[in-house]
Design a binder for this molecule. Structure first.
Ligand code: ATP
Length: 513
């Protein structure tokens, strides 16, 4: 897969053209960082959800589901720390009136310096040809060394400023680096302020502070506040987990890169409750399990890597990201955190209710520790789309775009195509559809030449096409075409189901994890 902004643009237009993802309220010029999933997008999304949910709940007898409300009692967010600390540092440009994340302005500046280093490397590469030793060049060339030092200096000032929550120091850095507004070119900056990322609204007829509620910024808190309800009703002993898929909302200041960062998105989170002291073992367990889940999709191991946090957030004693090679480079796809008893302790304190688990083996009560796996459904969707997208030159000189989506995730499992729109072929095709539709998502299409219909199905990622021709009426055989190899073979109509079950069922994928 080519890694480039160019690929991202292609994905955005492919997703729109083929009914995967549309910009929200497009007739009003869209709403920034908000997207709608079209007919094929919603199928793919649902299949990703099933892959995650079934892997969690069916493959682990001690993990159960939950669907908690988006609205929660406002004190929840006091306890979780989101009211006080779920902030991004913001700065406005007084001339353009544009708002930026102060840390992102600085990071963009660092990227520019990295660009200068890359230019030096490319120049030298051209000059030295085959004998060029990149490692040696970047560790000795005076200009590159100067740039590298600059980057180190900026990074350490930024880190210090953020950690100490010293907003003035972050502004000073922007001024010292002479960063200009990308829109107006002006350096007329306001102070840096903290901006809370939670959306607020009012509930019912109560106005003001008393009626204030938030749209949840993560699904996890719905799990924490329910953990004893779940434990008591399922009678699970520790360790056990709760899995939930649901919408989350964050007023991201910079939302860009398509569905990678949105203001309304969906999370798939699992909180695993364990005995204190055993959490780091479980953390390692879930790191491995989650990576296997990703790799079982078969896109290639090189798409994934761990990024361990050297200094996890205050509530965690270990944390890592599973990063995926998106078109924009390696970025966080999933977070795995050992969250200690931080959240449950806080809820116990703020609610005044006991949130202890009675351990029947050790005959004692305690607050469990929590290991969390948290993945963005939309990011996962983008990952599948990006890794599946292929432009191919064919032997006959033509080309095609094909989405090599793993068959069990594909929106349509089989297209049923009568060769012609007459002679009883559509009727025969509908007969086959009527048999298959109970088990598989089928798609019927009779418009256009068969070649064009195959191309369209390739672009939608449909793993199999069945073509009904005149001979089919005589011998009850059809042509089955494989998306990836484009091979075609004749099979009996009675065979179709067996092949589809073998190749497209979720259960087969679950066995591979
Ligand atoms: P980032 O650093 O990219 O903002 P985060 O560390 O804040 O992400 P978490 O709070 O750990 O993210 O959320 C868990 C997962 O939810 C992330 O790994 C990501 O896949 C997804 N996610 C978070 N924010 C967004 C968003 N604005 N749009 C889409 N997905 C998101």
């Amino acid at each position: 897969m080519a890694q480039s902004e160019d690929l991202l643009k292609k994905l955005v237009s492919h997703a729109k053209e083929y009914g995967f993802v549309f910009p929200s309220s497009e007739i009003y010029d869209g709403l920034s960082a908000t997207y709608d999933y079209g007919p094929f997008g919603v199928e793919l999304k649902n299949n990703i959800k099933s892959y995650w949910y079934e892997a969690m709940t069916r493959l682990n007898e001690n993990i159960v589901g939950l669907d908690s409300a988006i609205f929660m009692h406002p004190t929840t967010w006091k306890a979780s720390g989101h009211v006080d600390a779920f902030n991004d540092p913001l700065i406005d440009n007084k001339d353009s009136k544009k708002r930026y994340r102060a840390d992102v302005l600085i990071e963009d500046h660092i990227e520019k310096i990295k660009g200068k280093i890359n230019k030096e490397v490319t120049k030298a590469q051209k000059r030295f040809g085959h004998s060029f030793d990149k490692k040696q060049f970047v560790s000795t060339n005076p200009r590159v060394l100067k740039y590298t030092d600059q980057i180190k200096g900026i990074e350490s000032r930024l880190k210090e400023g953020l950690e100490a929550n010293d907003l003035e120091a972050i502004r000073d850095l922007i001024i010292d680096l002479q960063i200009v507004d990308p829109v107006s070119g002006s350096r007329n900056w306001t102070d840096v302020r903290q901006f809370n990322l939670m959306f607020q609204t009012e509930m019912g007829a109560v106005s003001g502070e008393a009626g204030k509620v938030y749209l949840r910024p993560e699904t996890a808190q719905g799990i924490f506040v329910n953990y004893l309800n779940v434990q008591k009703t399922t009678r699970h002993k520790l360790p056990f987990g709760i899995a939930q898929i649901g919408k989350a909302f964050r007023n991201e200041i910079i939302a860009r890169q398509f569905i990678f960062r949105m203001r309304e998105f969906e999370q798939m989170e699992m909180q695993f409750f364990v005995k204190p002291g055993s959490e780091l073992e479980w953390y390692e367990h879930w790191k491995e399990k989650r990576m296997n889940w990703h790799k079982a999709l078969g896109f290639g191991d090189e798409f994934y890597r761990f990024h361990d946090h050297l200094k996890p957030a205050h509530y965690a004693n270990a944390a890592t990201d599973i990063e995926f090679q998106f078109p924009m480079g390696f970025k966080e796809l999933e977070g795995i955190h050992s969250r200690t008893d931080y959240d449950l302790n806080a809820h116990e304190e703020f609610s005044g209710r006991k949130l202890r688990y009675y351990d029947p083996v050790d005959e004692e009560s305690y607050i469990p520790y929590v290991v969390e796996t948290s993945i963005g459904l939309d990011r996962m969707f983008l990952a599948v789309l990006a890794a599946s997208y292929h432009e191919e030159e064919l032997e006959d000189g033509s080309s095609r775009v094909v989405l090599r989506i793993p068959p069990f995730l594909a929106p349509i499992k089989v297209a049923v195509l009568p060769l012609l729109r007459k002679d009883g072929l559509p009727e025969k095709a509908m007969e086959i559809m009527d048999r298959l539709k109970f088990d598989f998502n089928c798609h019927y299409e009779e418009k256009d030449s068969i070649g064009k219909r195959y191309r369209r199905m390739d672009a939608l990622g449909t793993p199999y096409c069945i073509t009904i021709d005149h001979e089919s009426l005589e011998d009850n055989m059809v042509t089955i075409r494989d998306r990836d190899s484009m091979e075609q073979s004749r099979i009996a109509i009675g065979e179709i189901e067996r092949i589809l079950i073998e190749k497209t069922q979720l259960s087969k994928a679950l066995r591979m994890i």
